[in-house]
Design a protein around this ligand. Structure first.
Ligand SMILES: [Zn+2]
Ligand SMILES: [Zn+2]
Length: 585
């Protein structure tokens, strides 16, 4: 219901300002418009007299429209001001434009402000820094920093934090660290900006180190800092530390933040504890789009296709519109489960939601078509894409050609990958394996030679297992672990039972000179130290090979243990001789 305003007489600018401020806090657009119409009718704004109290009123209109998310109306209010506009009017405009992600407009009005002889201050610099960060323009970043140093505000915590954050967004971490080190005073935003900067750049140990310093400096960490550090634990599968942080979020009363909740959903999922992910998600008092996307990704990675479909429905029922990431989850889930019809349906649904398919969506469709054996359809799909295919699209086609033994398409996809300058040794090995499986030994040997000639080393695989707060890392065939002798002994022992149950080592996939790939060694240690009844959780940085996949299935059958293996692509839950991926990965 639109409420009619009781408008004060135009002769009382103070009353008018206090009315506008109160409208501004409630963001009532219709009331603001009524007030502006009332003023215009009385000929009050724009006012030509600079010192007039009505000028202040006009300034407040800039902020009012910004709060109503109408930045162009703010700009119109600004342009209708008497010239020259006051410093605070410039600041309000710049803050409005930059908060609404209009970086080029922000910069262009900042230049006009400087040309008009208005010096930058502690309000305008942070707005412009945000715009420069948006554009990720390093040279602009350095010149804005240089300019801010020359102002009296250059050493204030507010301005320096905005400069620090700008450097982080421009990926200039050394500069960001330097600003941080030299800050006379820091606040939680300064700490968070740098911690998240390191985390986003994949420099996890620097991020964690800084986080520890923040805690020992008794910085009141916020939900942004915590969610960022929890994400690092998720990406590196540091379940022990992640769980400690979960405890900390409860202690400091931040466990209800949707950012923290989403990070925890990813943490537990990526550590193989899907039930804990669902528990966190179910108990979240407030959810945002990224919470829904996190739980969708978790379900997709674990191959819970039915749950993915149900959650997608629930998400829409809760009033959330799917975005770019949501569709990547949906298509990946369909691809992992080989659900072609649903995948095609979701792909066509994207335009309905105004989401333009990106390279990841196309790659997921190629993967899906390939997995269900429609190799030629996948090939023509990739050839008719309106955008350049990314490496993973050709990689998916190569993988599918290997599984479905189509040597011609495999060779074609590999050719495309090498033309793109792919440095992934796994792709060479897949091509060699395809030839080998087809009995084309000469071509297989040539593919391996091409890999050696390019200086790439095969199997840079690494697996790790976390137990008692310690991460045990293995490379294939290594014997450096303290308990190596026992690990090999237990693997040999179980191996005998596996062969008696029908397991035949298959070496067609990889021309190997090691007996056990890294994940097998990690599982060997798991058999020794993980208590009976607790799943053995192993992480691996590359795709698990066919032979290891088969071997682990037999291993779980012969030992009664459950093995959860996260490889590059997805989770495999091995239990009683089968895998949750349905041999589709
Ligand atoms: Zn293997
Ligand atoms: Zn599997």
């Amino acid at each position: 219901m639109q409420q009619r305003l009781r408008l004060p007489p135009v002769s009382d600018p103070r009353a008018l300002i206090s009315l506008l401020l109160s409208i501004s806090t409630t963001r009532s657009l219709s009331q603001g418009e009524q007030l502006q119409a009332h003023l215009l009718k009385s000929g009050c704004i724009p006012c030509s007299h600079r010192a007039s109290p009505y000028t202040l009123l006009s300034n407040h209109f800039i902020t009012f429209y910004s709060r109503c998310n109408l930045p162009l109306l703010s700009l119109r209010s600004f342009l209708s001001l008497p010239s020259p506009p006051s410093r605070s009017a410039w600041s309000s405009l710049l803050s409005c434009l930059s908060n609404h992600y209009l970086p080029s407009l922000t910069l262009s009005y900042f230049r006009s402000m400087l040309l008009a002889g208005v010096p930058p201050n502690d309000h305008s610099i942070p707005s412009v820094a945000r715009a420069v960060g948006c554009l990720s323009d390093s040279s602009l970043a350095r010149s804005l920093h240089g300019m801010s140093v020359k102002t009296p505000f250059g050493t204030g915590v507010y301005v320096l934090t905005s400069v620090l954050d700008m450097y982080v967004k421009c990926l200039l971490l050394e500069e960001a660290q330097k600003v941080f080190d030299e800050m006379p005073e820091r606040n939680v935003v300064s700490w968070s900006a740098l911690i998240c900067g390191y985390a986003d750049a994949g420099l996890c140990s620097s991020a964690l180190h800084l986080f520890r310093s923040a805690l020992s400096d008794r910085v009141q960490v916020n939900d942004c800092t915590l969610s960022c550090v929890i994400r690092i634990c998720a990406d590196t599968s540091l379940l022990g530390l992640g769980a400690l942080l979960h405890g900390l979020t409860v202690k400091v009363n931040l466990d209800s933040s949707p950012f923290v909740g989403s990070a925890l959903v990813s943490l537990y999922s990526k550590c193989g504890l899907l039930d804990s992910s669902y528990k966190v998600f179910d108990e979240m008092p407030e959810r945002n789009l990224s919470s829904w996307n996190s739980v969708l990704i978790a379900s997709a990675q674990h191959g819970n296709i039915g749950t993915v479909f149900k959650l997608f429905e629930a998400m829409q029922a809760a009033g959330f519109q799917p975005n770019y990431v949501t569709f990547i989850c949906l298509l990946t889930a369909c691809s992992h489960a080989g659900r072609l019809d649903e995948g095609k349906r979701y792909f066509s649904l994207m335009s309905l939601y105004g989401v333009e398919p990106g390279p990841e969506h196309y790659a997921a469709m190629v993967d899906l078509l390939g997995r269900v054996g429609r190799i030629s359809e996948a090939l023509s799909f990739i050839q008719s894409m309106p955008i350049e295919p990314i490496e993973s699209a050709w990689g998916a086609l190569l993988t599918a050609s290997r599984i479905h033994k189509d040597t011609n398409t495999a060779a074609y996809a590999a050719q495309k990958l090498f033309e793109m300058g792919s440095r992934n040794p796994g792709m060479h090995m897949l091509l060699a394996g395809t030839y080998r499986a087809a009995g084309q030994h000469l071509e297989a040997a040539q593919a391996r030679k091409a890999m050696r000639d390019s200086g790439l080393r095969k199997d840079a695989g690494l697996s790790w297992l976390e137990a008692g707060g310690v991460i045990h890392t293995f490379v294939s065939g290594e014997q450096r672990h303290d308990r190596s002798v026992e690990i090999y002994r237990v693997l040999e022992e179980v191996g005998k039972r596996m062969e008696a149950a029908g397991y035949e080592p298959d070496t067609s996939d990889v021309h190997r000179n090691v007996r056990y790939h890294s994940e097998r060694l990690a599982i060997g240690l798991g058999l020794l130290i993980v208590p009976e009844g607790v799943p053995i959780r192993v992480m691996k940085n590359i795709r698990v090979c066919n032979d290891c996949h088969t071997a682990i299935k037999y291993l779980t059958k012969c030992t009664g243990r459950v093995v959860i293996l996260r490889d590059l692509n997805r989770f495999h839950r091995f239990e009683n001789g089968t895998c949750s991926c349905g041999d589709f990965w």
